[in-house]
Design a protein around this ligand. Sequence first.
Ligand code: ZN
Length: 434
Amino acid sequence: METHIGMDININDMSKEMYELISDLYPLCRSITGDGLRKTLHLIQQHIPLTINEVKSGTQVFDWTVPKEWNIRDAYIKNSKGEKIIDFQKSNLHVLNYSIPMNQKMPLDDLKAHLFTLPDRPDWVPYRTSYYKENWGFCLSHNQFLELKDEEYEVYIDSSLEEGHLTYGEYYIKGEKDDEVLISCHSCHPSLANDNLAGIALATFLAKHLGQTSPSYSYRFIFIPGTIGSITWLALNENQVDKIKHGLVLTCLGDPGKSHYKKSRQGNAEIDKAVIHVLQSSGQDYEIQEFSPYGYDERQFCSPGFNLPVGCFMRSPHGTYPQYHTSADNLDLVQPQYLADSLSKLLSVLQIVENNKKYFNQNPKCEPQLGKRGLYSAIGGLTDTKKTEMAMLWILNFSDGNHTLLDIAEKSGLEFDLIKKTADTLSQFNLLKE
Ligand code: ZN
């Protein structure tokens, strides 16, 4: 027997495994290139058979160029007594991501131009990057900054910025048809749990589950560095993106905030309708955002030259929660219960996408007599028979070849799951045909 999406799943167990993966990945110093990103993809490979691709620095990808590869081994600032007051080994957020190598002594005034803090959150360390402009710097808590004395400091960054590669991971699951669902997550942030180890963990375990099913669509999971990764992937795969029928960017999916969905640029794509239906049916608070050309990699997938049906699924959106891009986006902020809730909603979305078919009523002239066919008892197992009867009437009336099951769920205000099960029953009784 075939295994379907969402079958044989213990979401609680899976959420614990997702949290474990996040904990394993948390200490690695990721960036848009380099060994931290490679190690991350290797750890994901312990769960799914990811293909790891390397794209050479200097490769032209549309209007962009794949940058030099950055690697870092150590970094610190020592005071005049030789004490390490900032230490990369304690947190990789302490170093401005993509810092060039440094080994120099300097007074506090010169050092200050390269220090980043958050005066409003004086205990937290900010996350800062300088990918496309060569620079160096350190991030520290504002309280620590205030304690710095006017003395000479030793600045040491053992990094390299050289010709190398941009690395990304891809996992393709062949379904019944060539049409694809694209799931993308950025994998370039260092020790930040919600943005985006949560997205990575969700994508990994969703992929692991799908790999054990026989889906109708083919699924493509990509683990890429933000912006340059999606631009690179699109440049290398330009000739096959028309296979993508639905897509989601996964990010910030492990925090306590309510679910948010940012629509694709198309605005009324099937994936938009599917996610909105799941959130509406969840009984929980949620928010739908219109597309905007700012955010994550949906910016590239939805650029006008591609305009793919790709939305962004998240809990608290970037920039709206205080811990965003700080040391407080940690293993306390992300919790298994929120990962479980996000996973459960994602599975419901994919169940819709997989089963959202159009049918023809085989008895379209006036209503078929349901009682005569034993249809009331056939669905007796379902708890709410009145609801099921309504579902039958809606499905029969709108199964004219023009309405999908999701359209009918929307029109009727009934849940997709009920509509789908009822359509299956009507098909068994030869009242519906695909
Ligand atoms: Zn971010």
